[in-house]
Ligand binder design. Sequence first.
Ligand code: TYM
Length: 329
Amino acid sequence: MSIVVSGIRATGQLHIGNYFGAVANFLRMQEQDQCYFFIADYHALTTHPDPAALKANSRTVLAEYLACGLDPEKVTLYYQSDVPETSELYMLLNMQAYVGELERCTSFKDKVRKHPENVNAGLLTYPVLMAADILLHKGQFVPVGKDQEQHLEMARNFANRFNHFYQTETFPEPYAYNFSGALVKVPGLDGTGKMGKSEGAANAIYLNEDPAAVKKKIMRAVTDSGPTEPNSPVSEPIANIFTLMGLVSQPETLQHFQSAYADCSIRYGDLKKQLAADMEQFLGPLRERIKEFSANQALLDKTALMGAEKARESARKTLTEVRQVMGFR
Ligand code: TYM
């Protein structure tokens, strides 16, 4: 049985990128592995949310995890901030992390470019906190989307460096993982790049989004002027729509539109209408469950309490070992 650790930042509702990049893996792995899944509320602090928003967003992520099918009896499901050992390991690992390598991290450079007014130390050491989350439970597999690959490489470096420096085998090497093979990158609706919360509201489809709003977003998704000759290459915006279709539609549906593209008979209006209908098939039941779990405060509290206890037990064990290895009394 492998040890699996992963998290989602507490910055708001989950979108289908989160679902297919990470959560779909959680659902499968909970059946066979020892899983620790958490709501990364410390990580959410880099953007300075106000306390009410942080609380609401954290709760939303927990309710949506449950609605997606995570079973708190099978996995350890917890709030990161309920496990203070996380902070201790983060601090200790920071001593082995070099400013140069942190500055070279793509997501850090991205944030510096987009928000030069808020380049805080937490942003720089974000990958160290992530490594702490994983190594805290001696995680081996980390189900994440493609965008987290570099962070996992850094977590591996920190683990190896610690082991090497202290001549120990305390930490295993953690790997980014997708249950069904390659890491996933779910595209957004704006024609370029990945779906993400920070890419603008029109770019992401949220699990708990109103059906009319979802349809409107899909109908407005960026396309191109259409294929002009048979078998012409597929442009990025259309490839993205095909990718989304691949996630929620029947394979024959996708094939039908791909063939229509190849022989130039495709009508983008029909393509989008079909995607919107299939998206609703996927989201409808999920939306209902999100409503139910969001209304059940007692269950959310019970889940968080149980998760915190189980996570702390594992975290304490690791920290005791780490402290011993490092020479603390
Ligand atoms: P976050 O909250 O940005 O994203 C949560 C998960 O969703 C995946 N994801 C995507 N996958 C495919 N396509 C997309 N468009 C897409 N957008 C998001 C992310 O890859 C991620 O798996 N740093 C992490 C949270 C975290 C964490 C950890 C994860 C904190 N500590 C320890 C793993 C292990 C993050 O920002 O995720």
